[in-house]
Design a protein around this ligand. Structure first.
Ligand code: PGA
Length: 251
């Protein structure tokens, strides 16, 4: 399957910094490649990236994503951004259930499942994040936690589950420089693949990507695992050479 390398800029950037980063990425993206590539940018900058994509043909390959989406379709939800708005701005992806949103914004499994549903209703592929904390891993609960998180999304979305991208992001590996070993990550990806097989005949085609301190040095070994179909890249997505090296490792 075609791997997906998606950058998650998190709450970083400015009009000037984004333009510089995209300019540097454009040089590396001009040639066609064997991997899908996306950047998930802060909501206020979606229009800027959409406009730069229209202006610079070299960015044609780069797909646009948001970092979150409302669990409601429209109405009195101050501060929320709907899937329809993301669709308006050309978004192909929306991250849902990132551990930073689960942790700092109290997002529950059910809320994350509703967000995935809103995205799917607008033809936006939700990148559904699951992952265990260090305490959960040390207590031997990794499989139970990720299966519970995915089960909520399967339950709410039925056969549409075949349209998601799943991201395994061990919380203890995010932004810490500590990566799951390729074998540790593969073991969890295999569990998730099996769970998806029970829910959809298309599980073999569904991308399960890894996130958590993926970088230019460790990407190739992670991406070589049979059930690791790409990466969700935080810190390394803010440096064009690093992001492009990861992309090259995926191709
Ligand atoms: P990181 O972040 O690559 O900086 O660890 C990944 C993520 O949180 O999506």
């Amino acid at each position: 399957m075609t791997p997906l390398i998606a950058g998650n800029w998190k709450m970083n950037g400015s009009l000037a910094a984004n333009e510089a980063l995209l300019g540097a990425l454009a040089q590396g993206l001009a040639a066609p490649g064997a991997a899908e590539v996306a950047v998930c940018v802060p909501a206020p900058y979606l229009a800027q990236v959409q406009a730069l994509k229209a202006k610079w043909p070299a960015l044609a390959r780069l797909q646009l994503g948001a970092q979150d989406v409302s669990h409601q379709a429209t109405g009195a939800y101050t501060g929320e951004v709907s899937a329809a708005m993301l669709q308006d701005l050309g978004c192909r992806f929306a991250i849902v259930g990132h551990s930073e949103r689960r942790q700092y914004h109290g997002e529950t499994d059910a809320r994350v499942a509703d967000k995935a549903k809103q995205a799917l209703a607008r033809g936006i592929t939700p990148i559904v994040c699951v992952g265990e904390t260090l305490a959960e891993r040390e207590a031997g609960h990794t499989v139970e936690v990720v299966k519970r998180q995915l089960a909520a999304v399967i339950h709410a979305n039925g056969h549409c589950i075949s349209e998601i991208v799943l991201a395994y992001e061990p919380v203890w590996a995010i932004g810490t420089g500590k990566t799951a070993s390729p074998e540790e990550a593969q073991a969890v990806h295999a569990v998730l693949r099996a769970q998806l097989h029970a829910a959809t005949p298309h599980a073999g085609l569904l991308k399960i990507i890894y996130g958590g301190s993926m970088n230019a040095g460790n990407a190739a070994a992670l991406l070589a695992q049979p059930d690791i179909d790409g990466g969700l890249i935080g810190g390394a997505a803010l440096k064009a050479p690093d992001f492009l090296s990861i992309l090259a490792a995926a191709a």
